[in-house]
Design a protein. Structure first.
Length: 97
């Protein structure tokens, strides 16, 4: 069973946490920072990150956007599949014309 932990935050990080625009308390700011880092590192899914942040997926996506963190990635493999699909669709249209 996972329990809450007490963590020591070095004093030199406190000004950055205070300036972090999201969250009203240091605890909220730290929690959201950890969720953002975990999501950015691909350790958790978008859905799980939103859940851990206590937000809807849409609200969490807005936070990601505010922090310039992409919430969806378009891989080379996806691009290749899309090109193949478009070629098939366009080829079928041209064949039926």
């Amino acid at each position: 069973m996972v329990k809450d932990m007490n963590v020591i935050i070095p004093g030199k990080l406190i000004p950055y946490l205070i300036s972090f625009r999201d969250g009203d308390t240091i605890t909220e700011k730290v929690n959201l920072s950890l969720v953002l880092a975990s999501f950015s590192a691909h350790s958790i899914t978008l859905e799980k990150a939103a859940e851990l942040a206590g937000m809807s997926i849409w609200d969490f996506m807005d936070v990601l956007k505010q922090h310039n963190i992409p919430w969806g990635e378009y891989s080379e493999e996806a691009l290749s599949l899309d090109r193949e699909t478009l070629s098939l669709i366009l080829g079928e249209k041209n064949a039926n014309a």
